[in-house]
Design a protein around this ligand. Structure first.
Ligand SMILES: [Zn+2]
Length: 287
């Protein structure tokens, strides 16, 4: 069976994003700025009358908020994007609310969600890296890139990205799906796990499937990736095929794992996740 790489990656931004520090071509248009305002790692959104949510792109100043942190983090097309953090005791206006970014998955515009994912990782890096890990001096923002540097010893602290693999394992017309504790009732998804030091991504796929379900796989093929800013990961999606073994789950990672036939699938993750993209890609081969 041939595994087809996803034709286009739906998790990519539609316009080019140019991170802070990189040159952009001069453009006479002055689009409004996008602000991503956070309070205690939660993002400011507007609740419309019909209950739908929308990113609040206004500046903290225009909303009357004091800022405790501000950073320009890049251009989305020609639109300058800023992160701001406001104090925890800032009063909220009527239709404005703070939500954890994860809970906004699929609820706000996908482009805004993607940009907010970038913003929150810069903010997270700022919070977690106040001081130089080499000499203890306070770090300052680098102008040339989204990093912080130490004026005393020149150490540079870059925001960290932790790669994780996620994989659709198939056996004929069956797919291996698992249930982790905390999943919505009845939902199963693809297996996933973090890359260990020194591993190739293909090795991670094989190790994770074996550790979690006792199944050996081969034909590990890259499919697509999705940024996963919770707090600083990227999901790298693969397909793989069954080689040998009987399912025996790791009870710490999983509640259950099963082979599901393509015509008898359980409740699946939402359409905007790479897990679902991988599963849909498997289903497509039989339709
Ligand atoms: Zn230092």
């Amino acid at each position: 069976m041939k595994a087809n790489k996803a034709e286009s990656n739906p998790f990519e931004l539609k316009k080019r994003f140019i991170p802070a520090g990189q040159k952009i071509s001069n453009n006479s248009s002055h689009p409004p700025e996008y602000w991503f305002i956070f309070q205690d790692q939660k993002l400011l959104v507007k609740k419309e009358e019909d209950g739908s949510l929308e990113l609040c792109t206004s500046s903290p100043e225009s909303l009357g908020y004091k800022q405790i942190y501000k950073r320009f983090f890049g251009h989305y097309g020609n639109t300058p994007c800023f992160i701001a953090e406001i104090p925890e005791d800032s009063p909220l206006q009527n239709n404005l609310h703070f939500y954890g970014l994860r809970s906004l998955f699929g609820k706000i515009d996908e482009e805004h969600f993607n940009l907010a994912g970038r913003a929150i990782q810069v903010l997270h890096h700022h919070h977690e890296h106040q001081f130089c890990s080499r000499c203890g001096s306070p770090l300052v923002n680098q102008d040339s890139e989204l990093a912080k540097s130490c004026p005393a010893c020149n150490f540079i602290s870059f925001p960290r990205v932790s790669p994780a693999v996620i994989m659709a394992v198939s056996r004929g017309n069956q797919i291996l799906l698992g249930r982790a504790p905390g999943y919505p009732e009845g939902m199963y998804s693809t297996l996933a796990g973090f890359v260990e030091l020194g591993e190739t991504l293909e090795e991670t796929v094989k190790r994770e499937v074996l550790e979690e379900t006792n199944i050996k796989v081969n034909n590990v093929r890259y499919m697509a990736s999705q940024p996963w800013p919770f707090p600083h990961s990227i999901m790298i999606g693969y397909s793989a095929t069954y080689d040998s073994g009987e399912i025996e789950i790791d009870p710490i990672e999983l509640e259950d794992a099963q082979w599901f036939s393509v015509d008898k699938l359980p409740k699946l993750p939402s359409k905007i996740s790479i897990a679902r993209l991988l599963i849909d890609n498997f289903i497509k081969k039989f339709s």
